[in-house]
Design a protein around this ligand. Structure first.
Ligand code: NAD
Length: 325
């Protein structure tokens, strides 16, 4: 499949791996890139800009295909030296960056000067148009179904993607709710140039996550996610475990929720331990509604090959057959 995105990024399939905290490490990013998609290292998963440089080197040892780095700018418990992470990305010779969370404008001169293609993740049309206006090369349009931070507008991809197709000139990826060939064919039909998948790549052999977490996601239905931090206007979609339910109870109490009241439950370090040790109630982890569509734990190569083959069959047989009838 050839789209504006495969051409712009130099990849074989229009499938990009989402920038996931604690998951986007060299093993996963390289596996996705080697399978013909675009792997993404998550910048803030590395404890320092120096560690990110080492992770980029490690990824280069594992693949000669293009891969990207994600830089997410959202509230954090500890302050993050974003400018130093951005400089580390540039100094490492990375050519594709995914930004998310906040307007990436302050970083664009640095990235553009270095010839970097910038994909900005947007949860609304107004943010997508702004990203185009300030010079981003493409956007990743993130519907309400997505894992992590869907924004506060709650608009699903059935609406966001056709709107993006009507109003944007730059290429865009569909993100949120994607996990199979039906999703890829539908996203292309709605005008997207490819798809971004996070949750689906968490449930692959190469994802650095304990088997128990992967199996829990295989067993889950589309009803097993929860929206936390609504009261703080930093909404995040996470897997609905006991910890997420306790956070929701605290948020439902009368009066304003203070982040301090939930911080011990949601700290990212607890989520990292959960991924490493498989204790499903140790903290929270991001997951999208697409868990309801996930039934197995394939390798990235198997997954990408299957999704592309399914999408091609849908386009060539089902859709073409309908038109021909
Ligand atoms: P962390 O341990 O600093 O914080 C844990 C969670 O609490 C995060 O979701 C964070 O956004 C939220 N939070 C922190 N301070 C807050 C405040 N004052 N008010 C409201 N919410 C607050 O986070 P981490 O796990 O080390 O991750 C680093 C950052 O990267 C976070 O902002 C995280 O959300 C973000 N991230 C998100 C995605 C995604 O959307 N899928 C992917 C990668 C990273």
């Amino acid at each position: 499949m050839r789209t504006r995105i495969t051409d712009m990024l130099g990849i074989r399939h229009p499938i990009v791996q989402g920038g996931m905290q604690w998951v986007g490490v060299a093993e996963l990013a390289a596996a996705v890139s080697n399978a013909g998609g675009l792997g993404i290292l998550t910048g803030l998963t590395q404890p320092s800009p120096e560690a990110l440089v080492r992770e980029i080197d490690r990824c280069r040892d594992m693949t000669d295909q293009p891969f990207a780095v994600n830089l997410t700018i959202l509230p954090t418990i500890k302050p993050v030296p974003y400018q130093e992470y951005a400089q580390a990305i540039v100094d490492s010779g990375i050519k594709i960056v995914e930004t998310a969370g906040r307007n990436p404008e302050p970083f664009l001169p640095l990235f553009k000067e270095a010839g970097i293609k910038v994909i900005h993740k947007c949860t609304s049309i107004r943010h997508s148009l702004k990203a185009e206006r300030i010079g981003c090369d493409m956007v990743s349009v993130d519907g309400f179904e997505c894992a992590g931070h869907p924004g506060e507008d709650d608009v699903t991809n059935m609406i966001l993607l056709p709107l993006a197709a009507k109003r944007l000139n730059i290429p865009f990826l569909a993100s949120g709710g994607l996990g199979d060939g039906r999703g890829l064919a539908a996203a292309l039909a709605m005008g997207a140039d490819g798809i971004n998948m996070g949750t689906r790549f968490m449930v692959t052999r190469e994802a650095p996550i304990h088997e128990k977490v992967k199996q829990r996601m295989v067993d889950a239905s589309e009803l097993d996610t929860a929206l936390i931090y609504r009261s703080l206007r930093n909404t995040a979609r996470v897997f609905k475990n006991g910890v997420a339910e306790r956070v929701l109870e605290i948020e439902e109490q009368p009066g304003e929720t203070r982040f301090e009241d939930i911080q011990p439950l949601v700290a990212g370090v607890k989520g990292r331990e959960l991924f490493a040790e498989g204790d499903l109630e140790n903290g929270i982890w991001s997951a999208g509604m697409v868990v309801g569509l996930i039934d197995d734990i394939p390798s990235c190569e198997e997954l990408i090959t299957r999704i592309v083959a399914e999408a091609q069959a849908i386009i060539r047989q089902r859709l073409d057959g309908i038109v021909a009838a």
